[in-house]
Design a protein around this ligand. Structure first.
Ligand code: FAD
Ligand code: GLY
Length: 404
């Protein structure tokens, strides 16, 4: 790189020495990553470890987008939806990778990410909720997912503070949770230690091309050369000019959340809880996350009384004692939603060297390990793993263009 860019975090002197040795000596592509959420940071880490020269460009500070806003649920089973069976296979593949990914990240960064393995409870409070839950349970069972029906008494044995009018529940023992903010912080450290250069406060306006091949990225009037460009700009991915490729069909899906403070020595909840109208996620440090609204309002940053009231009302119906807790934070985040709610993964059909890792919608934390593996492997070997093959950008092309 000839140009100098502002706000660069450079790797420590010893960076890249350990994991890099296996790949040392081979020619590796220079990689520019656009976006410093968990997806961009994990790819920076993984590719720098494989001896690629990596520059990550982040419009603001790394880890402050959706990756900061999320609840950290790894809920492949509880969030399974009819019509999304293909996505379920990807979600489950990633869920299985999470324990090893968390351990590797903790080793590489020296930081904890608080993967909790109590599992997830989905509960019903009324007869109507119970009918819906039975329907969901039958659907989950039909897919062969590991779920277990529980009577109200069995649910209460696991979570004694739940509302007395509990009607029943489903336990998803493999739906764990992780502290997504700690994950983002650990990934930043791991990426820097591996040798990646992080350029914060450096928005990328466009991917530079010559013919139909990338030459790098442009930030302000600076061209930064690269052989491969990864677009991992989350809900903002559509705003990056990737001509001659068409803009990606990614839009922001607003979510409001809030956090309450429990006594960490006497928490009132230990499982992730899906209650009618809200979910609750207890953290080790005593934070109790309550989420989330789903709003089509573009990048509207406002917290609303209605949104917060709805979350608190639904959460309170399930767990009445939370009315004693202090509110410690309220926030808004933007899920990167694609046209079919599934991620966009792999090489651009139009531009050589441009790779997509975006559109993770409600599941970007869950999908982090599989995205990292699949995209890093594609860049290093040219192979696209079967499990991710259905999620290329070509699925959004008009049928005639796709056939040509
Ligand atoms: P982001 O974290 O948004 O990162 C994108 C980054 O790109 C940002 O830092 C942004 O500043 C940067 N950027 C944008 N444009 C540019 C540019 N032009 N140049 C340089 N940088 C740029 N997922 C789960 O799996 N489990 C959950 O429980 C969960 N809960 C959620 C709850 C809420 C309320 C929300 C909003 C999301 C939730 N998600 C959850 C979804 C998850 O947060 C996202 O799918 C995931 O964080 C996406 O990661 P990302 O790195 O692609 O995006
Ligand atoms: N996956 C939870 C959410 O997006 O709110």
């Amino acid at each position: 790189m000839s140009e100098s860019l502002s706000h660069v975090s450079s790797p420590p002197a010893s960076a890249g020495s350990s994991a890099g040795s296996a790949a040392a000596g081979k020619a590796r592509p220079r990689v520019a990553i656009v976006g410093g959420g968990v997806i961009g940071l994990a790819l920076a880490w993984r590719l720098a470890e494989a001896c690629c020269p990596v520059d990550l460009f982040e419009a603001g500070e790394t880890g402050r987008g959706a990756s900061h806003a999320a609840a950290g649920m790894l809920a492949a089973c509880a969030e399974a939806e009819p019509g999304e069976e293909g996505l379920l296979a990807l979600n489950r593949a990633s869920q299985i990778l999470w324990p090893a990914f968390a351990a590797e990240l903790e080793r590489a960064s020296g930081e904890r990410v608080d993967l909790r393995t109590e599992g997830t409870l989905t509960i019903a409070l009324t007869a109507d909720d119970l009918a819906k839950l039975r329907h969901l349970y039958a659907f989950q069972q039909g897919l062969g997912l590991p779920v277990q029906w529980l009577t109200a008494a069995e649910v209460r044995r696991r979570e004694p503070y739940l509302a007395p009018r509990l009607a029943g529940g489903v336990l998803s023992p493999e739906d764990h949770q992780v502290d997504n903010r700690k994950v983002a912080a650990a990934l930043k450290i791991a990426a820097l230690k591996a040798g990646a250069r992080l350029h914060e406060h450096t928005p990328v306006q466009r991917v530079a091309t010559a013919g139909a091949r990338v030459t790098g990225v442009v930030s302000g009037d600076v061209h930064h050369g690269a052989d491969v460009v990864v677009l991992a700009a989350g809900a903002w991915s559509r705003a990056v000019d990737i001509t001659p490729a068409p803009p990606l069909p990614v839009r922001p899906i607003k979510g409001q959340m809030l956090a309450l403070r429990m006594d960490p020595a006497a928490p009132i909840l230990s499982h992730v809880l899906w209650a009618p109208g809200s979910y609750l996620v207890p953290r080790r440090d005593g934070r109790l996350i309550v989420g989330a609204t789903t709003e089509e309002k573009g990048f509207d940053p406002d917290l609303t009384a209605g949104g917060q009231l709805a979350l608190l009302t639904h959460a309170w119906r399930a767990l009445p004692t939370l009315e004693e807790l202090s509110i410690i934070e309220q926030w808004v985040g933007f899920r990167p939603g694609s046209r079919d709610d599934a991620p966009i993964l792999g090489p651009s059909p139009e531009v050589d060297g441009l790779v997509y890792a975006t559109g993770h919608h409600r599941n970007g934390i869950l999908l982090l390990p599989v995205t990292t593996d699949v995209i890093a492997d594609q860049i290093l070997t040219g192979r696209m793993a079967d499990v991710a093959a259905p999620f290329g950008a070509a699925r959004f092309q008009p049928p005639r263009a796709a056939a040509e």
